[in-house]
Design a protein around this ligand. Sequence first.
Ligand SMILES: C[S@@+](CC[C@H](N)C(=O)[O-])C[C@H]1O[C@@H](n2cnc3c(N)ncnc32)[C@H](O)[C@@H]1O
Length: 472
Amino acid sequence: MSFSWHTKGAAQDPKSKVGLNKKNESARTRMEVCKALQHIIEGGRTIDWIRAEKSPWIATPLHRELIYGATRHYLSLQRSVTELLKKPMRDKDRDLFHLLIVGAYQLKYTGIASYAVINESVNASIVLGKPWAKGLINAVLRQLQRAAEAVQKDQQQDEYSALASATADHPAWLREKLEAQYPAQWQGLVIANSQRAPMTLRINTTKVEPGFYKAKLREDDIVFNETSMAETVILDIPQNAETLPSWSDGEAAVQDLSAQLAADTLMSLLPPHIAGPSILDACAAPGGKLFHLHERLSARFKTHQLFALDNKKKRLDETKIIGSRLGHSDDPRLTMLCADATVEGCCGDLHFDSILLDAPCSGSGTIRRNPDIRLLMQADHLAAHQDLQLQLLHNLWRRLKEGGTLLYSTCSIFAEENDQVIEKFINTQSDAKSVVLDMKYGSATSLGWQLLPLEKSTDGFYYAGLSKVKRI
Ligand SMILES: C[S@@+](CC[C@H](N)C(=O)[O-])C[C@H]1O[C@@H](n2cnc3c(N)ncnc32)[C@H](O)[C@@H]1O
């Protein structure tokens, strides 16, 4: 999908009176953020797609702050802006609508001085080649400024108002589904979805001893909390990963705590006396769980074979780059293949002691990390995800040795992609038995284990273990 972008005038004409000098750099940033928003809201693109395909639009911390913030609060901001416009924006002026959304986000949710937000937004309308809209942008943002100041004065941000404002940022179907599946927790989930995700690190134990790396963090005044896993720390304040100690040497990776539970869980399900296990990670890109597993296996076994599949070549290529930084990509014990895991011949004639199926899913457990999900996910997507998840399970099951275990996981909190999938699978696969899991975080469901983003420390995540018994 492509949009025509109306930048008649200053933005494209080097001889223009306005030009694109340092002074209006932030107006240009604003314009790029508007383009990104337009691709998300009207083109159905994800923020990940913007990162991959339009990286200059999300290049700086300011771009990211504006894109993530405006997307997180888009639904409520859209209502506020629409109410103030006397008539809807023409299709060809949707850029101005998004300019107002970005300005409204800053006025309501950031401490940036209102006059700066308003001036820069007005400048951006000039950069967009629409100087006629200066008065409109100024008037709408001034009204929003007054409304934001009145709210700040009158209203303590108590629990009730936090819930009301977080609810306004969820589509009705999503809020209703949360309420139906989590009657006691939905309010906390809605609030959690509107917060920022923590930044969690995995220390690469093939490169550095965890205690040693933690000392490096302390030396750099990076404050962190320990977790139940020695190699996992949660930073007090998220920061650019590249500024972490020994980042380019691959001593650490960024990975949520709930995702880091996969490696230990899979290891705990391996037969006790196994030597040199052969393991498949069937949906591996971008390799978070794959590389953690490789680090764990390297510590426990003299040798192992780890096979990684993904059906997206580009994602697999990125995985190899990440693996190179961590020092894993050239390891002969690790094989990466681009293949479709729903296809019978995806793994040749190999059979595995254990399989990790980290299935494609709605990502409903990661909305605070990926705020675009709340705008792009539709209720009927869950059924389509379930179909694919079952196809993957049935095909991969043939590749599991008798006595072996498959660990199924999703970053979803909805039963359609979790217990329901496992139940349907077990009901049709007589040699599949559910394995009881017990993890340090989260709680048991009827057939698996669910983590919720209620505590600051974990994303929403689901795990279920399946063992292959003799066919009856
Ligand atoms: C949840 S992500 C995996 C995340 C990864 N395990 C990690 O920890 O970094 C799901 C992956 O499944 C891949 N995928 C989707 N359908 C697939 C298929 N039919 N066969 C193989 N991989 C597939 C997607 O490309 C995506 O990379």
